[in-house]
Ligand binder design. Structure first.
Ligand SMILES: Cc1cc2nc3c(=O)[nH]c(=O)nc-3n(C[C@H](O)[C@H](O)[C@H](O)COP(=O)(O)OP(=O)(O)OC[C@H]3O[C@@H](n4cnc5c(N)ncnc54)[C@H](O)[C@@H]3O)c2cc1C
Length: 203
């Protein structure tokens, strides 16, 4: 089972945006023991898409894909706040204060996954590239410590769901490695599936 079984992690994560990038990040962080909240205004481009190019899935409607993804993160216990838009993110001490239309929340890390909208990253002071997308490294870290950026906001038009999902996973694993103090592997094996799903596991 994943490394998190060996010792508890107590950092909290706020994900801004619940498209493929944001939900992927949330899946990895919550599944591995980090308390994770996702705010999503539900304007994902996936509602306009039909995927034939997502490896491992022959054909799926974008909204159908999102419904499965939402169920998956919900099953792992993500606090998914659908329809609650984030209005600002500010640094506060070692963490962040996130304001929404409804309330104020605190987190140790913020993962931005706001699609092609880069306003919050700009307001936070994240560096941008010459092509005016958020500048990140391969772990999706921005220039602001503790802030990650994922998905469409970090690429000038090379936009695909599979890439967004990978970005979210990379950001989450980097946070997990940081918190753990060593490289983190979210590796499960067939016995884990049998334990979690019992007789429902496919042969
Ligand atoms: C017509 C069309 C067809 C496409 N077809 C394909 C295809 O066949 N295959 C493929 O791989 N990709 C396709 N795509 C691209 C794919 O949809 C995107 O690559 C993918 O959705 C990007 O994921 P993301 O998570 O970065 O952003 P998004 O999916 O755009 O999600 C961002 C989310 O963040 C939310 N958000 C933004 N700001 C805030 C805020 N302040 N507070 C809270 N929430 C916020 C938005 O409401 C949205 O729900 C298509 C796109 C379009 C438009």
């Amino acid at each position: 089972m994943s490394d998190s079984d060996e010792s508890a992690l107590d950092a909290s994560i706020i994900v801004v945006g619940g498209g493929p990038a944001g939900l992927s990040a949330a899946l990895f962080t919550q599944k591995n023991g980090l308390e994770t909240t996702v705010f999503d205004a539900d304007e994902t481009w996936m509602h306009k898409a039909h995927l034939f190019n997502y490896l491992g899935i022959g054909s799926v409607g974008g909204s159908e894909f999102m419904a499965t993804a939402r169920q998956q993160v919900d099953d792992f216990g993500v606090d998914r706040r659908q329809g609650e838009e984030v209005t600002s993110v500010e640094e506060a001490g070692d963490g962040f204060v996130v304001e929404t239309e409804e309330d104020s929340y605190e987190a140790d890390y913020v993962i931005l996954a706001t699609g092609a909208n880069r306003d919050i990253a700009e307001e936070l002071g994240c560096a941008f590239t010459d092509e005016e997308v958020v500048d990140v490294d391969v772990d999706m870290e921005t220039s602001v410590d503790g802030v990650y950026a994922t998905g469409a906001m970090v690429r000038p038009e090379e936009w695909q769901a599979a890439i967004a999902v990978g970005d979210g996973a990379a950001a989450a694993l980097n946070i997990l490695s940081t918190e753990k103090g060593e490289y983190y592997h979210d590796f499960d094996v067939p016995d884990d599936a049998a334990r979690v799903f019992g007789e429902h596991v496919a042969e």
